[in-house]
Ligand binder design. Structure first.
Ligand SMILES: [Zn+2]
Length: 442
């Protein structure tokens, strides 16, 4: 039984995500203010439009529109030919004009998906574009507002209540981060607030799950700024909702925040329904119409995405699936171009990948130096019969550690790898040694 199943008891998790991303554009969403706002002095990037002054007219940033549509294509969405912006009304100090320009009925992109490594398909409901609000900083006796963030182009990806585990939701978010970086449309740095998550959580019985029924309530956890934070917040909320359900009461629909110190979620406000926002078409921006020729151009522009690259690395370079996987997600993506460039010099791809992935010092070398160093090391590298001999002796000399390993303490393998590396005076490849050891200890 997994930790999550223990937490859930008789219940099953229903989880959906809203992911907000700052797009990387030259200017803000509806004005010409410079969008490089990070680390700049408060209120240094503002104008009448993004300050929300009366009478200021918004002009949509087409670069942001195009980047949103590219993201939609990358995530398998259909792109709408007819779209428009809407006003979403609510009152908050960081939104002085009393409404946010967003999209409601005709977003740019609808119904996409990502296939996750668990085999689950994560369904995306929509992707729309809006303006970000300003930032409030609460002090003891006052609230200060910085308008630099106000009017930043903000993409929102809304999933269906599609995730059954927290791991799937985290993987989905990481895959989005990889996709936006490959597309070059956003950086998704969570520490800078360029990527923010909200999680919609409810619990249902196994019977409801079988019948495909979704609970009538959902609780939204706001302002999630790291994957670790998401995991902790969702777990805390599961415990709270399960407690209520087991006592026969129904959790109410609301927004909650997560208090990391207390490991509890705390009620913030009742969750609005769409009609509370009194959406209506933004009268200052005409509806937009796109044709098939334009969509075809976008499709041609779409770069190769991680899942495709992974398949190609295995077929084109005969790379191991493990290394292909590493080079097509997270930090590994930063090594991908380097890998392909080096392989064009007729080097052995698997070796190049191992060096780039495992040896920091190789990453900084020029291609010429890389090739030189690789050839030098190759000539020094150990003969496989000698290596077998060393492995055999290390296994014999460390029978205590070996039996711990066989009893399930897998981590001690690293100790054995270390011993072999020592005896081979560093001429063996640690990954190869680990595989050989695992094979021998089976
Ligand atoms: Zn502005």
């Amino acid at each position: 039984m997994t930790d999550l199943e223990k937490l859930l008891g008789e219940y099953r998790l229903v989880l959906g995500l809203e992911i907000h991303l700052h797009l990387k554009t030259k200017t803000k969403m509806f004005c010409y203010c410079d969008a490089k706002i990070y680390d700049s002095a408060p209120n240094s990037h503002t104008c009448p439009v993004c300050l929300g002054l009366p009478g200021a007219l918004p002009i949509p940033n087409f670069e942001a529109v195009r980047k949103t549509q590219l993201l939609g294509l990358a995530l398998g969405c259909s792109l709408n030919e007819h779209t428009r912006f809407d006003r979403k009304h609510y009152s908050y100090p960081d939104l002085p004009k009393g409404y946010q320009i967003s999209q409601y009925q005709q977003p740019f992109c609808e119904s996409g998906f990502i296939e996750l490594s668990s085999g689950q398909k994560a369904d995306i409901e929509r992707i729309h574009l809006e303006e970000d609000t300003a930032k409030s900083m609460h002090k003891v006796d006052k609230t200060l507002i910085d308008f630099n963030k106000s009017g930043m182009p903000l993409v929102e990806i809304v999933t269906k209540p599609t995730f059954k585990t927290i791991d799937d939701a985290v993987e989905f978010s990481k895959r989005i981060q990889d996709a936006i970086r490959i597309l070059g449309i956003a950086d998704g740095d969570m520490e800078k607030g360029q990527m923010r998550l909200e999680a919609n959580i409810s619990l249902r019985t196994t019977e409801m799950e079988r019948e495909g029924k979704i609970p009538t309530y959902k609780v939204e956890i706001k302002n999630i700024n790291s994957f670790k934070f998401m995991e902790k917040a969702v777990k805390a909320e599961i415990i709270r909702q399960r407690g209520l359900l087991e006592n026969g009461s129904q959790p109410i629909q609301e927004n909650r925040g997560y208090d990391e110190d207390k490991n509890l979620t705390i009620s913030q406000r009742g969750k609005e329904d769409a009609h509370d926002y009194r959406y209506f078409p933004e009268p200052d921006i005409p509806p937009m119409v796109f044709d098939e020729d334009y969509f075809e151009q976008l499709r041609e522009e779409l770069p190769e995405l991680p899942s495709k690259i992974k398949t190609r690395l295995v077929s084109e370079y005969s790379l191991s699936v493990k290394n292909a996987d590493f080079l097509t997600k997270g930090q590994g993506l930063e090594l991908l171009n380097r890998f392909e460039e080096l392989c064009s010099n007729n080097l052995e791809p698997e070796k190049v990948a191992n060096l780039l992935i495992n040896k920091q010092e190789y990453r900084e070398l020029s291609s010429q130096d890389f090739i030189k160093k690789m050839q030098e090391t190759n000539s020094k590298s150990i003969d496989s019969a000698d290596l077998d001999e060393i492995i055999k002796s290390v296994v014999q000399e460390n029978s205590g550690v070996v039996s711990q390993y066989k009893l399930g303490k897998i981590s001690v393998i690293e100790f054995l790898v270390g011993q072999v590396m020592k005896k081979s005076k560093g001429t063996a490849d640690a990954l190869v040694v680990r595989d050989l050891l695992i094979g021998r200890l089976k």
